[in-house]
Design a protein around this ligand. Structure first.
Ligand SMILES: [Fe+2]
Length: 318
């Protein structure tokens, strides 16, 4: 049995016209999808097959795609409502308010130093929101000749492999998520962080709305500013979060992706965290990618409790 035939396990799509092939890249996380051209209007069968692979492998990758902003947004719309670029993005590409540029050429101004990514720590996208995106789609345009990879981790696997006693404990916890303001003082982004704060208590374990799987929904990017677990002391919160971050990012749950121009990564933001590896900025290379995000729902914990907004409004798409 080939790897492809294992991965392509198809569902109701197996007898359909879908020609996509799904090739896993690691034991827990990530698969490459071939046999599809994202510049075309995909069949419902192809969309269903991609969604199935995404739910199973948490992040999927496409190579050698020739799409621009409009095609990327059109592709995203097949999977849900597309949000504006980002709660704090004030200068998206002309005519494409849904596109969030991850562009090293802009970061000197915003952060006061050369960077190749918006956030180079483990995070799940925009979890300071009460309804973080369900999916993110990132397309590579300009890349350094080496370096600048991205790594994803599978938060469902991280949860499932915890000892049962620890699972029972963390099931009941809520963590505060907020942005850490690392923007350059006086920049428009720093002002936006302060003037429109976003803070939310999310369950540390969320139940995936489509698969029913439980995921360890914490990552340092949005919980390290306050290190606040509801009803626990700062010291205990800090120790527990440090331990959970470590479990969530164990190497065996991860996949590392080497970008090429035309590469597209598509991830389930409800079941993954990711890390842009900061190994190219110091060399002076540019790195430009474009992200779109799909509207998400309000997370739900194992006992049915919902996330609670402390500051800020939901982020809706269209
Ligand atoms: Fe991200």
């Amino acid at each position: 049995m080939t790897v492809e035939s294992v991965a392509a396990v198809p569902t109701e799509n197996s007898s359909s016209a879908s020609t996509i092939v799904v090739s896993p890249l690691s034991g827990y996380t990530g698969a490459e999808i071939s046999g599809v051209d994202l510049s075309e209007n995909l069949s419902d069968e192809d969309v269903a097959a991609i969604r199935q692979a995404l739910l199973e492998w948490k992040v999927v990758f496409f190579r050698d795609q020739t799409i621009g902003h409009a095609e990327q947004i059109a592709f995203a719309r097949r999977f849900g409502r597309v949000t504006p670029a980002h709660p704090y993005e004030d200068n998206p590409p002309e005519g494409f308010p849904e596109i969030f540029p991850i562009d090293s050429r802009r970061y000197n101004q915003q952060y006061g130093r050369k960077r190749t990514s918006y956030d180079s720590s483990w995070h799940t996208d925009v979890t300071a929101l009460i309804n973080p995106p369900s999916f993110s789609i990132l397309r590579a345009d300009i890349l350094p000749p080496f370096g600048g990879d991205t790594t994803w981790t599978n938060l469902v696997a991280a949860y499932q492999n915890l000892p049962s006693e620890l699972r029972d404990f963390v099931d009941r916890l809520d963590a505060e998520h907020t942005f850490e303001n690392r923007a350059a003082q006086g920049s428009s982004r720093a002002a936006a962080f302060e003037n429109k704060p976003l803070r939310t208590f999310h369950p540390v374990v969320r139940v995936h709305p489509e698969t029913g799987e439980r995921a360890l929904f914490v990552s340092p990017g949005f919980t390290r500013r306050t290190k606040n677990l509801r009803n626990l002391t700062p010291r205990l919160s800090s120790h527990i979060l440090e331990a959970l971050w470590e479990e969530a990012t164990r190497t065996e749950y991860t996949v590392r992706f080497r970008w090429q121009p035309g590469s597209v990564a598509f991830w389930d933001n409800r079941a993954t965290a990711h890390l842009a590896i900061a190994d190219a900025g110091h060399l002076g290379y540019d790195r430009v990618l474009y992200r779109v995000t799909i509207e998400g729902d309000i997370p739900e914990g194992v006992d049915g409790r919902r996330s609670e907004s402390l500051e800020g409004d939901p982020f809706y798409g269209s």
